[in-house]
Design a protein around this ligand. Structure first.
Ligand code: ATP
Length: 288
């Protein structure tokens, strides 16, 4: 059974002057249990639309999807999911602690477990000191962290996060990455959207790139990185002991190394220079 299974998911909106916006065009994608999947795309690509369909907040125009085998839109499909909306809004007269109590109760968590989990996640998200203050007095980053706390409180198996790093400073981003890595270690499944390639490179097993509502590429992050060798950095030492660094294009490497050996130079280091995920992403976006 897949953590998430999307088959031909499409969504059209009626835009201005009755124009139709095809936000999502036949998305077919399956996420394994225990996998961390980065859903990468520029603004307007259809990431939030996909996530809202998965969470049953909007109905797809066509196609089907399931979460841990349960059809989207059903109550059962949401029970085992931690969901972070793109712009989370809270009852801001509540404190973080009260809000987590409220969320835990909607998931029918027993009182003792809820009290223990609430303390754990408030500490993990560095909200412990602020837990008795109303959310309305929190900074933007703190509000985003309350969003993450409510995702974690009931310890679900599947996490659907819409731009979890947005609005966070570098320390907050690092914290979110740490949380995702920790979830993976515990065998959880994480599907998160972002437009920042660096977030994906650091924590994901696989990445999918969405453009204009279409999935343009799905692959393992390590496969993309190894495919992306563009050249080599070669360090040489000549007979006098002088060190030279050369950049050598991929296709010339064999010939270059043979020539160096023939002229009596020692090859100290050959290091691949890779195209990173950002280069791939930009070349897909710009169609080059
Ligand atoms: N309720 C709606 N009515 C009309 N058009 C919509 C609606 N929701 C989304 N769209 C359109 O669907 C397309 C995809 O939007 P979506 O919010 O899914 O993109 P996104 O990839 O999440 O972008 P971002 O990174 O900016 O959040 C856009 O063209 C958007 O204008």
């Amino acid at each position: 059974m897949y953590a998430l299974d999307m088959q031909g998911l499409s969504k059209s909106f009626k835009g201005k002057k009755r124009q139709t916006v095809e936000a999502l065009k036949g998305l077919t994608l399956s996420i394994e249990q225990g996998e961390v999947f980065g859903f990468l795309g520029p603004n307007g690509a259809g990431k939030s639309t996909t996530i809202k369909c998965l969470m049953g907040l909007i109905r797809p125009t066509s196609g089907t999807a399931s979460i841990m085998g349960e059809a989207i839109g059903s109550e059962a499909s949401r029970r085992n999911v931690g969901y972070l909306p793109e712009n989370p809004a809270f009852y801001d007269y509540l404190t973080a602690e009260e809000y987590l109590q409220f969320v835990g109760k909607t998931f029918k968590m027993p009182d003792a477990l809820l009290t223990r989990r609430s303390a754990e996640v408030l500490k993990q998200l560095e909200l412990w000191e602020a837990r008795k203050r109303p959310i309305r007095g929190y900074s933007k980053g703190m509000v985003q962290r309350v969003g993450l706390a409510q995702v974690l409180i009931h310890d679900p198996d599947v996490y659907i996060l819409d731009e979890p790093m947005s609005g966070l400073d570098p320390i907050g981003r690092a914290l979110v990455k740490e949380i995702i890595v920790d979830l993976k270690k515990r065998g959880k499944s994480v599907f998160f959207s972002t437009h920042i390639t660096d977030d994906v490179e650091k924590v994901c097993d696989r990445v999918g790139i969405l453009l204009h509502g279409e999935l343009k590429l799905v692959d393992r992050v390590d496969a993309i990185m190894s495919r992306g060798i563009v050249g080599y950095q070669v360090r040489l030492k000549d007979a006098d002991g002088a060190v030279l660094d050369e950049e050598v294009p991929k296709e010339l490497l064999d010939r270059f190394l043979a020539e160096q050996v023939a002229t009596g130079r020692e090859i100290v280091l050959v290091e691949p220079r890779r195209k990173n995920l950002e280069d791939f992403f930009l070349s897909l976006v710009h169609g080059v």
